[in-house]
Write a protein that binds this ligand. Sequence first.
Ligand code: IPM
Ligand code: MG
Length: 385
Amino acid sequence: MILNMSRTGLKIAALAGDGIGPEVMREALKVLRAVEKQFDLRLEVTEAPVGWAGIDAAGQALPPATLELCRRSAAILFGSVGLPQRDPSLPKEQRPERAALLRLRKEFNLFANLRPVKLLPELAHTCPLRPERQGAGVDILVVRELTAGLYFGQPKTTETVEEQVPGQAEPLRYRRAVDTMATNSLEIERIAHVAFQAARQRRRKLTSIDKANVLENGVLWREVVTEVGRQYPDVALEHMFVDNGAMQLLLRPDQFDVLLCENTFGDILSDEAAALAGSLGMLPSASLGRTDGALTFGLYEPAGGTAPDIAGKNLANPIAQILSAALMLRLSFGLEAAAAAIERAVREVIVAGYRTGDVFSAAQAGTRKVGTAEIGDAIAAAIRA
Ligand code: IPM
Ligand code: MG
């Protein structure tokens, strides 16, 4: 389905954010301009500040004007936010991770987070596993529930407790933090459908992750996923406890096709899976919400963070951001050919030997270490070629 296909073009909010965000976003926009021309598209990209950039520009991590722009857009291309070292006095509720990223997820009901993790054969050396453990290769889609579970359950508080202890004059005084893991069957059902449908486009295997041996949430998760699975008899469903899942990812990653996870488990396992692909700099993601019954509104962001240590040095790998733009074209705009052209161009440039520092190995013949802008230029050129 194609949204907002007005005469003015496809409306995209580009929120670069902090750290390496701006420099990788610049390359993604460069590549989008190239596909726009090549495929005769009309992309209406508007940039706006978010994160610390939002705080600096307008006093808030998600300035109202930026939120308004997102509301008027059909998709959000997001960079990254959060600089943990900056201003520790800023309360956690106002910090970019919560006030911008989690807020956007909730605001737009972006419940379905898709994180494809694929190790390119040319980059097999970046995988921390020995070749025999890599087996048939790492090609996993993590489907993470993104608006429920431990992240958003209420109550979520930190309180100071005074407890009278028998036989002691002074009360015992301590602080107590509470997070709540709560997920209802509707939330599990809708994310399960997304995962099963994704599995149908892939190798038709779904591994559902839970902690049903300990958590009520896990028992319900397993029941509901099993029920939904009856509608997908062509997809092989298996259940795995999260601790075992974490181990299996390292022992035999090629057993996984689609990995379906609760919010927190998905946060952790998607980083672990990402490590198998060598560099966070290669991995895109999509966070989708529902508009008019279709999953087309989305926020697209690289899996890696702001990487403040390399920010502004032309060292960052922009491929995750560029591939996120490709996912946006495919999932929000239905532009499969344009999305595939970007993915093909990325592959060509890797095959041609271009490497940013995160995936460069001096031992690999015929490769060359390049900067953020140079690899972006090469990918844009490959699209035009
Ligand atoms: C992610 C990130 C975020 C999360 C942080 C930055 C809030 O780790 O997208 O995985 O925990 O969801
Ligand atoms: Mg994370």
